[in-house]
Design a protein around this ligand. Structure first.
Ligand SMILES: [Zn+2]
Ligand SMILES: [Zn+2]
Length: 451
């Protein structure tokens, strides 16, 4: 281990320690937990234990004190440590970025059909947003409403009930200032298929069609909220009488079949993290968090927002997804059932289906390819070849994973890299979300300050 050192700066994954988010959580997270019930539960709902889990993991992301891989150069024998990453999507920037790229690669290699795609966005009125904060099981249902609205329209337009496009749906919970704003992004083919593999072009969709789809979508969202007992008929009647429904449906320009870069950009965009570290700064002197939005914010009437640190932590942690929540949902010709049937029927064989035996599942092929792509992926994420020796340019190889605390300590002490780890947080005695059916407000939903 004599020649060993941690990876040079540009090779380190994440390095949350150098970010304003790490400093902010280091200074204020304990206080945030302690005042949550009193200050934030009315707005953000009961305390969610997943917040602690994710923040704990995030604070350890990229820190060799919590485990690392030993990497050795085959040519010159130089050895490096590569700290583990936390893999928390929806919070850790570096790990979210990797997951987005993973998705983009999967879609490009395994899923996209060689046709044009459109980027669709569906959103709900401000008054209904909080129901999705307190009842996260509604988020995948929102995707279903969007899909059903679109396919109902297509059934009518094509006069067929058995013809579907392929849809990749992502429920997103954030607006431009990391505020709570549940909506749905989707990539949808401009071609539809029937079960025999025949294809039909998607009809041209004009403004009137979009309004029709929006109406269908609004009806379906009202129905699920009524069925779940979250809103009353009275509220629905009131909202239906509004001049502007507050719902919106947007369909972007086509991304042509040959535009792989366009698809990649969109795949990453729809699965991106709720906030960007580059836009955030934490001023320890004035104890404020400044966030520069990408666009001018109509409610705030400016393109930045200044928050109290605890409020900012409440806002960003509200986007941590429920454990096991689906990040991407596939419908129609992109659904697993549809693709499985096509493979069995021998329709549309892809490169991926050719190379796999009948018994192996699709996922294992992807895993194998993903492993092959690992070095390429790292190169993309950190713009360096993580398995290329920084000393001689030779090929590096992972020789072992070190996870045992005593061994980690011994190696890091030997390398003079040991720092005493953070003390674990005190356990809290508090009411945790008991079930998904907590209805804090019925008809009088307070509005989120940042809309
Ligand atoms: Zn080397
Ligand atoms: Zn991470």
């Amino acid at each position: 281990m004599g020649a060993c050192c941690v990876y040079p700066d540009e090779y380190k994954p994440g390095q949350p320690k150098n970010t304003p988010l790490f400093r902010l959580l280091d200074c204020h997270y304990e206080e945030f937990r302690n005042v949550y019930d009193e200050r934030f539960s009315k707005h953000y709902g009961f305390w969610r234990p997943v917040t602690d889990e994710v923040v704990e993991k995030y604070l350890k992301c990229g820190d060799p004190q919590y485990g690392f891989a030993r990497i050795r150069c085959k040519e010159c024998g130089a050895e490096y440590l590569r700290a583990f990453s936390c893999k928390c999507r929806g919070f850790c920037q570096s790990c979210s970025k990797r997951k987005s790229l993973d998705l983009a690669i999967f879609l490009e290699e395994e899923l996209f059909r060689p046709v044009s795609h459109h980027h669709w966005v569906w959103s709900v009125p401000k008054m209904l947003r909080l129901y999705f904060l307190h009842h996260r099981k509604l988020l995948p249902m929102l995707c279903r409403c969007a899909w059903d609205a679109l396919t109902t329209f297509l059934n009518e337009a094509l006069d067929r009930r058995d013809v579907f496009p392929g849809g990749i749906f992502v429920p997103q919970t954030f607006g431009g200032m990391a505020n709570w704003n549940p909506h749905v992004h989707a990539l949808i083919t401009d071609t539809c298929w029937d079960r025999e593999g025949n294809y039909y072009p998607m009809p041209e969709i004009d403004t009137a069609d979009l309004q029709g789809i929006e109406k269908l979508f609004a009806g379906l969202v009202f129905t699920i909220l009524l069925e779940e007992g979250m809103i009353s008929d009275k509220l629905v009647d009131k909202m239906r009488s509004w001049k502007h429904s507050g719902y919106s449906v947007h369909c972007g320009r086509p991304i042509e079949a040959c535009d792989a870069d366009g698809r990649k950009t969109l795949s990453e965009y729809i699965s991106r993290a709720p906030f960007s570290l580059e836009r955030m700064s934490f001023n320890e002197g004035s104890d404020t968090v400044l966030y520069r939005g990408e666009h001018f914010h109509p409610t705030l009437a400016r393109n930045f927002d200044v928050s109290d640190p605890l409020e900012w932590i409440a806002r960003i942690t509200s986007h941590i997804p429920k454990k096991g929540a689906k990040q991407v949902i596939y419908y129609g010709a992109y659904s697993q059932a549809w693709r499985g049937r096509e493979r069995r029927q021998g329709i549309l064989p892809t490169a991926a289906t050719k190379e796999k035996s009948a018994s192996s599942c699709e996922h294992s092929t992807f895993s194998r390819r993903r492993r092959q792509m690992w070095a390429t992926l790292l190169k993309k994420v950190w713009d360096v070849d993580a398995l290329k020796c920084p000393k001689c340019g030779g090929q590096m190889k992972v020789i072992s994973f070190i996870e045992q605390p005593s061994v980690i300590r011994r190696i890091l002490k030997h390398l003079d890299l040991w720092e005493d780890p953070r003390p674990p947080p005190e356990p809290l005695e508090r009411v945790c979300e008991p079930c998904a059916d907590y209805v804090p407000w019925q008809d009088d939903v307070p509005e989120i300050e940042v809309g």
